[in-house]
Every structure is written in C-alpha cells, then in structure tokens.
Design a protein around this ligand. Structure first.
Ligand code: G3D
Ligand code: MG
Length: 216
C-alpha cells in the first residue's frame, strides 16, 4: 500500500470539556477513560488531563482530555486550559435548564480564549447528560435546534452513569478533530493565495470549488 510516512505520524489531540459545574463532565470522562461511574474518582481527577488511545479509521490517536478542577464555577479556567485545543465537548444536564442556557457563553468563551484558526469549522460536540433521570427539563428537540444553529455541531444524549452514548460522543469528536487537523495541515503545507474566484460565482454555495468551465 502506498502510505506516506507523513500521514503515519503520531496524532495527539487536546480535547477540553466545558459546561457548568455538576453537569457530569468528570463523570463522562471517567466513563470514557476508565469505563467506570464512581464518585470516588472525582477527588483524584481534576489536575491536568487524562489520556486515552483509540483507533480512528486506521489511525492510532491519543486523546488528551482536559477536565476542570471545579474552577468552572467562576467561569475562569485560565489560558493554559484552552491553549492549543483541538476539540471541545460542551456538556449540559438535561434536567437543568440553566446548564443549557449557559452553553452560549461557554462556547463564546472558548472561541475567545482558544481563538481557533477556523472558528466556523472547529470541532465541537454537544452532550446532553443524565438522560437516565426522569425529571427532564430540556427537550431533545430544543437542544438539537441549538446545535444546528452552531455550525450544525453533532448532538448526543448521554448518560455517564449508565454508559449511554459516551463512547460515541468522544469518537465523533476525535473523528472531527482528526479531519480538521488534516485540513489545516493541507492548508499549512501550501501557503498559496486563495484560488481565483471566477466572476459570477457569487451565487455559489460558500466555499465550494469551482469545477472549471463557465456557466454562461
Ligand atoms: P462536573 O464534573 O461537571 O462538575 P460531575 O460533574 O461529573 O462531578 O457530576 C456531578 C454529579 O452528577 C455527581 O453526583 C455525579 O455522580 C452525577 N452524574 C454525573 N453524570 C450522571 C449521569 O449520567 N446520571 C446521573 N443520574 N448522575 C450523574 P453527586 O451526587 O456526587 O453530586
Ligand atoms: Mg468535575
């Protein structure tokens, strides 16, 4: 098989998990990394990050998962937390409408602090956690609509407690981050000026390649 060595390089992706205190960020991470739901881990995690290796397509990818140590209560996580993030998981608690309302400010804060090169295509996923509970306060529809208005970010309804959709959400994030990494590598490899726009191309969908020839 023809495989350039450049495409085999080790991939490390920094993933940060944001959302109000108590929504289950630490529990989601724990479930994903250790396949456990346990309150005892809470005290020990919270320092810097946990890592987990996984296969995405046929690549070995190391996810570096950054959790907060409770500072999210003050919405001040510090620049080191955000710096160099490759992907971001936004979490709310489906039984707590307030944790849903703050998603906009978490997303805005992320975009300000991390200032990614291409904010519109930055890999986010939205997680509605605690779907095992009865007292739901935010509908699936409402959350999905919000996600759609934010560059159509993927939305997962999860339970860290019962291990529902947790792996799927992190997998999606890893895939999207890897794809974005590849796209920006390509962009970085050739710092050419943008392709010349043909006149009359204004009606085209944004960013689509012109396919040669002329429509007149
Ligand atoms: P945080 O890291 O976002 O602050 P935690 O949130 O992971 O510390 O979780 C906060 C509380 O929610 C914990 O309960 C935890 O056990 C609970 N929790 C997390 N995920 C789920 C879930 O999917 N379902 C249910 N039912 N509970 C969950 P305590 O009681 O320790 O505050
Ligand atoms: Mg926590």
């Amino acid at each position: 098989p023809i495989m350039s060595s450049a495409s085999r390089k080790k991939i490390l992706l920094k993933v940060i998990i944001l959302g109000d205190s108590g929504v289950g960020k630490t529990s989601l991470m724990n479930q994903f990394v250790n396949r456990k739901f346990s309150n005892q881990y809470k005290a020990t995690i919270g320092a810097d990050f946990l890592t987990k290796e996984l296969m995405v397509d046929d690549r070995v990818v190391t996810l570096q998962l950054w959790d907060t140590a409770g500072q999210e209560r003050f919405q001040s996580l510090g620049v080191a937390f955000y710096r160099g993030a490759d992907a971001c998981m936004l979490v709310y608690d489906v039984t707590q409408p307030n944790s849903f309302k703050t998603l906009d400010s978490w997303r805005d804060e992320f975009l300000i602090q991390a200032s990614p090169r291409d904010p519109d295509n930055f890999p986010f996923v939205l997680v509605g956690n605690k779907i095992d509970l009865e007292n739901r306060g935010v509908t699936k529809k409402r959350a999905a609509q919000w996600a759609q208005t934010k560059s159509n970010m993927p939305y997962f309804e999860c339970s860290a407690k019962e291990a529902v959709n947790v792996e799927a959400a992190f997998m999606q994030l890893a895939k999207d981050a890897l794809a974005q990494e590849a796209a920006s590598d390509d962009a970085g490899a050739s710092e050419l000026p943008p392709a010349i726009q043909l006149q009359g191309g204004a009606g085209q969908q944004g960013g689509q390649q012109q396919s040669g020839g002329c429509s007149c």
